[in-house]
Design a protein around this ligand. Structure first.
Ligand code: SF4
Ligand code: SF4
Length: 298
Protein backbone atom coordinates (compact mmCIF):
# COMPACT_ATOMS: atom_id res chain seq x y z
CA UNK A 1 0.00 0.00 0.00
CA UNK A 2 1.47 3.29 -1.00
CA UNK A 3 0.22 6.79 -0.14
CA UNK A 4 2.03 9.71 -1.75
CA UNK A 5 1.82 13.14 -0.15
CA UNK A 6 2.21 15.93 -2.69
CA UNK A 7 1.44 19.61 -3.21
CA UNK A 8 1.30 21.99 -6.12
CA UNK A 9 3.64 24.38 -4.32
CA UNK A 10 6.19 24.25 -1.54
CA UNK A 11 5.56 25.37 2.02
CA UNK A 12 2.03 23.99 2.39
CA UNK A 13 2.86 21.44 5.12
CA UNK A 14 3.42 18.39 2.93
CA UNK A 15 6.28 17.03 5.03
CA UNK A 16 4.36 17.71 8.25
CA UNK A 17 1.51 15.58 6.91
CA UNK A 18 3.86 12.83 5.64
CA UNK A 19 5.63 12.53 8.99
CA UNK A 20 2.34 12.62 10.92
CA UNK A 21 0.83 9.83 8.81
CA UNK A 22 3.95 7.68 9.08
CA UNK A 23 4.42 8.12 12.83
CA UNK A 24 0.78 7.58 13.77
CA UNK A 25 -0.20 4.65 11.51
CA UNK A 26 -0.75 1.73 13.88
CA UNK A 27 0.56 -0.96 11.49
CA UNK A 28 3.90 -1.57 9.81
CA UNK A 29 5.05 1.53 7.94
CA UNK A 30 7.91 3.10 6.10
CA UNK A 31 8.51 6.71 5.09
CA UNK A 32 10.33 7.70 1.90
CA UNK A 33 11.61 11.27 1.70
CA UNK A 34 11.64 11.71 -2.08
CA UNK A 35 11.85 15.51 -1.89
CA UNK A 36 15.51 14.94 -2.71
CA UNK A 37 16.41 18.55 -3.49
CA UNK A 38 15.41 19.58 0.01
CA UNK A 39 14.71 16.53 2.18
CA UNK A 40 13.61 17.61 5.65
CA UNK A 41 11.40 14.83 7.03
CA UNK A 42 14.43 13.52 8.92
CA UNK A 43 14.55 16.72 10.99
CA UNK A 44 11.35 15.63 12.71
CA UNK A 45 12.40 12.03 13.41
CA UNK A 46 14.52 10.54 16.20
CA UNK A 47 16.31 8.10 13.95
CA UNK A 48 19.14 5.65 14.03
CA UNK A 49 20.96 5.56 10.70
CA UNK A 50 21.53 2.07 9.33
CA UNK A 51 23.42 2.81 6.15
CA UNK A 52 24.25 5.29 3.45
CA UNK A 53 25.11 4.66 -0.17
CA UNK A 54 26.07 6.72 -3.15
CA UNK A 55 23.63 6.82 -6.08
CA UNK A 56 25.15 7.09 -9.54
CA UNK A 57 23.89 7.40 -13.11
CA UNK A 58 25.76 6.42 -16.28
CA UNK A 59 27.08 9.34 -18.32
CA UNK A 60 28.87 9.14 -21.68
CA UNK A 61 32.59 9.67 -22.12
CA UNK A 62 34.12 10.09 -25.58
CA UNK A 63 37.31 8.39 -26.68
CA UNK A 64 38.82 11.17 -28.76
CA UNK A 65 41.24 8.78 -30.44
CA UNK A 66 38.31 6.87 -31.92
CA UNK A 67 35.88 9.75 -32.57
CA UNK A 68 35.38 10.59 -36.25
CA UNK A 69 33.49 13.84 -35.46
CA UNK A 70 30.50 12.64 -37.47
CA UNK A 71 28.03 14.41 -35.13
CA UNK A 72 25.60 11.48 -34.97
CA UNK A 73 25.61 11.57 -31.17
CA UNK A 74 24.87 15.31 -31.05
CA UNK A 75 22.06 14.94 -33.58
CA UNK A 76 20.54 12.13 -31.55
CA UNK A 77 20.63 13.81 -28.14
CA UNK A 78 17.36 15.69 -27.71
CA UNK A 79 18.60 17.18 -24.44
CA UNK A 80 21.55 18.97 -26.10
CA UNK A 81 23.89 17.22 -23.70
CA UNK A 82 26.33 16.61 -26.58
CA UNK A 83 27.36 19.25 -29.11
CA UNK A 84 29.75 19.14 -32.00
CA UNK A 85 31.61 22.32 -32.89
CA UNK A 86 33.78 21.71 -35.93
CA UNK A 87 35.77 18.61 -35.10
CA UNK A 88 35.33 19.01 -31.35
CA UNK A 89 32.63 17.00 -29.56
CA UNK A 90 31.69 18.16 -26.07
CA UNK A 91 29.53 16.54 -23.39
CA UNK A 92 27.57 18.46 -20.74
CA UNK A 93 26.93 15.79 -18.07
CA UNK A 94 24.53 17.98 -16.10
CA UNK A 95 22.10 17.94 -19.05
CA UNK A 96 22.44 14.21 -19.70
CA UNK A 97 19.39 12.02 -18.97
CA UNK A 98 21.47 8.81 -19.12
CA UNK A 99 19.37 7.33 -21.91
CA UNK A 100 22.38 5.59 -23.47
CA UNK A 101 21.28 6.51 -26.99
CA UNK A 102 24.45 8.33 -28.04
CA UNK A 103 26.58 5.26 -27.39
CA UNK A 104 24.17 3.19 -29.48
CA UNK A 105 24.25 5.52 -32.50
CA UNK A 106 28.00 6.12 -32.52
CA UNK A 107 29.22 4.27 -35.64
CA UNK A 108 32.76 3.70 -34.35
CA UNK A 109 32.17 2.77 -30.72
CA UNK A 110 33.85 5.93 -29.42
CA UNK A 111 31.41 6.41 -26.54
CA UNK A 112 31.53 4.49 -23.27
CA UNK A 113 29.56 5.13 -20.09
CA UNK A 114 30.97 5.86 -16.67
CA UNK A 115 29.09 6.16 -13.36
CA UNK A 116 28.61 9.69 -12.08
CA UNK A 117 27.45 10.38 -8.53
CA UNK A 118 24.24 12.39 -8.19
CA UNK A 119 23.54 12.03 -4.46
CA UNK A 120 23.12 9.75 -1.48
CA UNK A 121 20.49 7.39 -0.14
CA UNK A 122 20.27 7.03 3.64
CA UNK A 123 18.37 4.31 5.49
CA UNK A 124 17.31 4.74 9.10
CA UNK A 125 15.10 3.23 11.74
CA UNK A 126 12.71 5.31 13.85
CA UNK A 127 11.29 3.94 17.10
CA UNK A 128 7.57 4.62 17.64
CA UNK A 129 5.92 4.23 21.04
CA UNK A 130 4.10 0.89 21.19
CA UNK A 131 4.24 0.47 17.42
CA UNK A 132 6.48 -1.29 14.91
CA UNK A 133 9.63 0.72 14.20
CA UNK A 134 9.32 2.98 11.18
CA UNK A 135 11.74 2.38 8.30
CA UNK A 136 12.93 5.68 6.87
CA UNK A 137 14.64 6.29 3.52
CA UNK A 138 15.98 9.64 2.41
CA UNK A 139 17.46 10.74 -0.90
CA UNK A 140 19.73 13.79 -0.98
CA UNK A 141 20.65 15.28 -4.35
CA UNK A 142 24.20 16.60 -4.48
CA UNK A 143 24.69 20.35 -4.89
CA UNK A 144 24.84 21.30 -8.57
CA UNK A 145 23.09 18.14 -9.79
CA UNK A 146 19.89 18.68 -11.75
CA UNK A 147 18.58 15.16 -12.41
CA UNK A 148 16.51 14.21 -9.38
CA UNK A 149 14.24 11.50 -10.93
CA UNK A 150 16.97 8.79 -10.97
CA UNK A 151 17.65 9.42 -7.28
CA UNK A 152 13.92 9.34 -6.48
CA UNK A 153 13.64 6.03 -8.34
CA UNK A 154 16.62 4.71 -6.35
CA UNK A 155 14.91 5.60 -3.05
CA UNK A 156 11.66 3.90 -4.11
CA UNK A 157 13.44 0.87 -5.46
CA UNK A 158 15.57 0.43 -2.34
CA UNK A 159 12.54 0.65 -0.06
CA UNK A 160 10.75 -2.02 -2.07
CA UNK A 161 13.51 -4.62 -1.68
CA UNK A 162 13.52 -6.96 1.33
CA UNK A 163 16.95 -7.16 2.93
CA UNK A 164 18.57 -8.38 6.13
CA UNK A 165 15.48 -10.45 6.95
CA UNK A 166 13.47 -7.33 7.71
CA UNK A 167 9.91 -8.49 7.18
CA UNK A 168 8.56 -4.95 6.76
CA UNK A 169 10.00 -4.60 3.28
CA UNK A 170 8.22 -6.46 0.52
CA UNK A 171 5.27 -7.03 2.87
CA UNK A 172 2.02 -6.17 1.02
CA UNK A 173 0.51 -4.88 4.27
CA UNK A 174 3.27 -2.40 5.00
CA UNK A 175 2.10 1.17 4.51
CA UNK A 176 4.57 3.22 2.48
CA UNK A 177 4.31 7.00 2.76
CA UNK A 178 6.07 8.94 0.00
CA UNK A 179 6.94 12.58 0.69
CA UNK A 180 6.95 13.92 -2.88
CA UNK A 181 8.77 16.97 -4.23
CA UNK A 182 6.44 19.97 -4.62
CA UNK A 183 5.12 21.04 -8.01
CA UNK A 184 3.81 19.05 -10.94
CA UNK A 185 6.93 18.39 -13.01
CA UNK A 186 9.02 15.24 -13.55
CA UNK A 187 10.29 14.87 -9.95
CA UNK A 188 6.74 14.95 -8.58
CA UNK A 189 5.51 12.55 -11.28
CA UNK A 190 8.37 10.16 -10.54
CA UNK A 191 7.68 10.23 -6.80
CA UNK A 192 3.92 9.64 -6.97
CA UNK A 193 4.03 7.05 -9.79
CA UNK A 194 2.76 3.73 -8.51
CA UNK A 195 0.93 5.27 -5.54
CA UNK A 196 -2.44 3.81 -4.58
CA UNK A 197 -3.65 7.13 -3.20
CA UNK A 198 -2.40 10.71 -3.19
CA UNK A 199 -2.92 13.26 -0.44
CA UNK A 200 -2.63 16.80 -1.83
CA UNK A 201 -1.76 19.35 0.84
CA UNK A 202 -2.77 22.93 0.19
CA UNK A 203 -3.49 26.22 1.91
CA UNK A 204 -6.43 28.61 1.42
CA UNK A 205 -4.60 31.31 -0.52
CA UNK A 206 -4.76 32.35 -4.19
CA UNK A 207 -1.37 30.67 -4.82
CA UNK A 208 -2.53 27.59 -2.94
CA UNK A 209 -5.67 27.37 -5.08
CA UNK A 210 -3.80 27.91 -8.35
CA UNK A 211 -1.25 25.21 -7.59
CA UNK A 212 -3.85 22.84 -6.15
CA UNK A 213 -5.71 23.05 -9.44
CA UNK A 214 -2.52 22.11 -11.34
CA UNK A 215 -1.78 19.25 -8.96
CA UNK A 216 -5.37 17.94 -9.07
CA UNK A 217 -5.35 17.96 -12.88
CA UNK A 218 -2.01 16.13 -12.88
CA UNK A 219 -3.05 13.32 -10.56
CA UNK A 220 -6.41 12.99 -12.36
CA UNK A 221 -4.48 12.43 -15.58
CA UNK A 222 -2.41 9.80 -13.80
CA UNK A 223 -5.63 8.07 -12.75
CA UNK A 224 -4.73 7.90 -9.06
CA UNK A 225 -7.44 8.48 -6.39
CA UNK A 226 -6.74 11.51 -4.23
CA UNK A 227 -8.03 13.81 -1.53
CA UNK A 228 -7.02 17.16 -0.06
CA UNK A 229 -5.80 18.37 3.31
CA UNK A 230 -6.28 22.11 3.85
CA UNK A 231 -3.54 23.36 6.14
CA UNK A 232 -3.88 26.64 8.05
CA UNK A 233 -7.53 26.39 7.03
CA UNK A 234 -8.65 29.40 9.05
CA UNK A 235 -6.32 31.79 7.24
CA UNK A 236 -6.90 33.13 3.71
CA UNK A 237 -10.31 32.67 2.15
CA UNK A 238 -12.79 29.91 1.32
CA UNK A 239 -12.03 29.55 -2.39
CA UNK A 240 -10.03 26.34 -1.93
CA UNK A 241 -12.95 24.75 -0.07
CA UNK A 242 -15.36 25.96 -2.79
CA UNK A 243 -13.06 24.61 -5.50
CA UNK A 244 -12.93 21.19 -3.84
CA UNK A 245 -16.71 21.13 -3.48
CA UNK A 246 -17.20 22.16 -7.10
CA UNK A 247 -14.72 19.59 -8.40
CA UNK A 248 -16.06 16.79 -6.22
CA UNK A 249 -12.71 16.50 -4.41
CA UNK A 250 -12.83 15.03 -0.92
CA UNK A 251 -11.38 17.19 1.86
CA UNK A 252 -9.70 14.65 4.14
CA UNK A 253 -8.71 16.99 6.96
CA UNK A 254 -8.59 20.65 7.91
CA UNK A 255 -5.74 21.88 10.11
CA UNK A 256 -6.31 25.33 11.67
CA UNK A 257 -3.50 27.74 12.54
CA UNK A 258 -2.07 26.66 15.89
CA UNK A 259 0.79 28.31 17.74
CA UNK A 260 1.78 24.98 19.31
CA UNK A 261 2.30 23.47 15.84
CA UNK A 262 4.32 26.47 14.62
CA UNK A 263 6.55 26.49 17.70
CA UNK A 264 7.01 22.71 17.56
CA UNK A 265 7.91 22.94 13.86
CA UNK A 266 10.61 25.51 14.62
CA UNK A 267 12.05 23.08 17.20
CA UNK A 268 11.93 20.05 14.87
CA UNK A 269 9.03 18.40 16.70
CA UNK A 270 6.45 16.36 14.75
CA UNK A 271 2.96 17.89 14.67
CA UNK A 272 1.52 14.89 16.51
CA UNK A 273 3.83 15.65 19.46
CA UNK A 274 3.16 19.40 19.45
CA UNK A 275 -0.61 18.90 19.22
CA UNK A 276 -1.24 15.34 20.49
CA UNK A 277 -4.92 15.31 19.53
CA UNK A 278 -3.77 14.96 15.90
CA UNK A 279 -2.13 11.60 16.58
CA UNK A 280 -5.51 9.90 16.56
CA UNK A 281 -6.78 11.98 13.63
CA UNK A 282 -3.83 11.01 11.43
CA UNK A 283 -3.96 7.38 12.58
CA UNK A 284 -7.63 7.23 11.59
CA UNK A 285 -6.94 8.95 8.27
CA UNK A 286 -4.10 6.55 7.42
CA UNK A 287 -6.24 3.61 8.50
CA UNK A 288 -9.21 4.77 6.40
CA UNK A 289 -7.09 5.34 3.28
CA UNK A 290 -5.34 1.99 3.78
CA UNK A 291 -8.76 0.35 4.10
CA UNK A 292 -9.92 1.98 0.87
CA UNK A 293 -6.78 0.80 -0.92
CA UNK A 294 -7.27 -2.74 0.33
CA UNK A 295 -10.93 -2.58 -0.69
CA UNK A 296 -9.99 -1.40 -4.14
CA UNK A 297 -7.64 -4.37 -4.57
CA UNK A 298 -10.45 -6.85 -4.07
S1 SF4 B 1 23.02 9.40 -22.73
FE1 SF4 B 1 21.22 10.24 -23.79
S2 SF4 B 1 20.86 12.18 -22.75
FE2 SF4 B 1 22.93 11.58 -22.23
S3 SF4 B 1 24.23 12.58 -23.72
FE3 SF4 B 1 23.75 10.52 -24.52
S4 SF4 B 1 21.93 10.81 -25.82
FE4 SF4 B 1 22.14 12.64 -24.52
S1 SF4 C 1 28.82 9.62 -32.86
FE1 SF4 C 1 30.81 8.81 -32.21
S2 SF4 C 1 32.16 9.32 -33.90
FE2 SF4 C 1 30.35 10.56 -34.19
S3 SF4 C 1 30.85 12.51 -33.16
FE3 SF4 C 1 29.83 11.22 -31.67
S4 SF4 C 1 31.47 10.18 -30.57
FE4 SF4 C 1 32.36 10.98 -32.43
Amino acid sequence: MRIAVASGKGGTGKTTVSVSLALSFPGKAQLLDCDVEEPNAGIFLSRRDIGEREVTVPVPVIDEAKCASCGACASFCEFNAIVRIGTTVMIFPELCHSCGGCALVCPVGAIREEPSSIGTLTESEVLRDGLYPLAFFQGLLSIGKAMSPPLIRAVKSRAAKPERGDERRGDPDVLTIVDSPPGTSCPMGTAVAGADFIVLVTEPTPFGLHDLDLAAKTVRKMGIPFGVIINRCDSGDDRVAAYCAGEGIRVLMRIPEDRRIAEGYSEGKPLIDSAPEYRKKFAVLAYVIAGEIRGGDR
